[in-house]
Design a protein around this ligand. Sequence first.
Ligand code: ZN
Length: 676
Amino acid sequence: MQPSNPLLQPWNTPYGLPPFDLIRTEHYAPALEVAMAEQVDEVEVIATSALPPTFANTIDAFDRCGASLSRVYSVFGNLTSNLTNEALQAVELEYSPKLAVHSQKFYLDSRLFARVDAVYNARHNSGLDEVQIRLVERLHLDFVLSGAKLDATKKARLAELVEQLSQKCTTFGQYVLADEDQTIIVFDSQADLAGLPTELIEAAAQCAKDHGHEGSWALTTSRSFVEPFLTRSSRRDLRKKVYDQFSARGEMHPERDTKPLIAQILKLRTEMAHIHGHQSFADYALVSRMAKNPANVADLLGQVWPAALKRSREEQQLLLSVAKTDGLTALEAWDWRYYAEKVRLRDYQLDDGEIKPYFTLDNMLQAMFYAAGRLYQVSFQEVTGTAPLYHPDARLFEMRRAGSLQGIFISDNYSRTGKHSGAWMSNYREQSEGVLPIVSNNNNFTQGKPGEPVLLSFDDVETLFHEFGHALHSLLSEVKYEGLSGTNVLQDFVELPSQLNEHWALAPEVLAKFAKHVDTGASIPPALVEKVRKARTFNMGWETVQYLGPALLDMALHSLGDANGFDAALFEREESQRLGVPSEIGLRHRLPHFQHLFTGEGYAAGYYVYMWAEVLEADVFSAFEEKGDLFDPGLSARLKLTLLSIGNSVDPAQAFRNFRGRDPQISALLKQRGLA
Ligand SMILES: [Zn+2]
């Protein structure tokens, strides 16, 4: 039917990778249509089977169906995030809602649900093992949360809501990306660069060149430009200008103001929750999370918020004492990073210019491979020239254990036009019995001049290790069923492996081997490492408040029982005031560009998950500290066995107890953040 469409042909490529060199934008729409139709046929066979429903012919069969669509979507979903263009965005805008409706409709198929329900009701006396029972229960819950038990009228309305939400969320993401990519702040004079480090000046020169301002300097409003600028620029007027533009993402231009979209999204979500019999979207969303209900989230955030505010007030006094020497009488949000950096330099003698030469990107990639290798008995080897990838920045690595291939890792590290900002992990193929995972990490580091090594700040190094922690969660997965494998875990558990992995960036053995000076090759001095370690809790009040503010806003707005007349600007202002968010700290994400909440459903009523997972992660890491060996073979083997290889095949609260021998405690988190 589509003889020339490479997305629909067998992929006779190395590792079964997508044939990136053959795929063109016009291939996606017809391939998605064919693949969706194929899955409809597969599900029809399951739903209309004349045989009595069993685990094999219903649950396992459903877990396996849609293989073609997974394959096509793996390319489509990845490239719309990291190499998009206007034509591809148009396809995305058309197909995001279609795909959402497509996957939703199976959950609303009453014939299929009757069979799933029958297997569910018989799950304890039909000879199933524990993992099979878990798959049945999770799948049954997916059906219930999708509305399988609702009457026909409600189901029809739900399908409309899903489609509308998907379309609005896609538009939200595109508006924010447009503001980030298209807002160019140009500096014409050397005086505008006061205080900036050389690599930022060079990157700004390159950015100006890329945008037709050769000879000047320019920034986009992507975080990777803005954060270092605010940290180093001694020009208060320009800090304010850059901060204001950064803060205005999502509401810079009336024709793509996201605030009306937010109101519409919230209204749709609230209606969805009501149809399901829940009071608010937060109540509904938390049914399938480890936290279970908004009260448990409030309890956790409520324990940390006052401690963070208290610490931030101490930090503010400290910064203000320095700012006063520049004639400031009060700190503003665009001053905090700058004076924090001054205090950091004064009290910790830590200067990014001193740190960064020890952290080249290439060495840090090797460092994360080394740490994972020792912990989990695997090795990583780069392979070049055999498989075409989608962009020259992407690099391919084989992961092997005892010589045998276990997975493929694609590393894509630089920011570029058409790539979403931030850092994320994604799959091209998920692990299941007999299927090796293909996993990718996407970062947005600023590429230096051609041929020069890329130097990372320690924050960048942590990001690198963080995303690799997600990658390991997929790569180390040893689960029979795809629906329970790898990162297909509960949303408030998914950041455990990633945040945990960050700790090994500071492991003494790792630093000794890989943190080598870019020019001299000398190992990083122990005194400098000690400073990095001490500096980690510096400014943690600010960081925690910056994060918790948006997390509390998220829970508050998604806990509304009635979203009629929601005004995002008013809500943000009033709620920030009620919580006491200090204006000189502000919010890490303001609502108009809060992509976690409004580009999809995954993190809606779920921005808290990072801290929930940090409680777990800090507690897991403290087990290694108690042992006094960050590579203790017994502990790392148990970590892989009980937490990293199991996907969602075990209840996460039980999985945690299997590792730690008890329930999680918050004390390790407070200590880790210096808030105890
Ligand atoms: Zn993460």
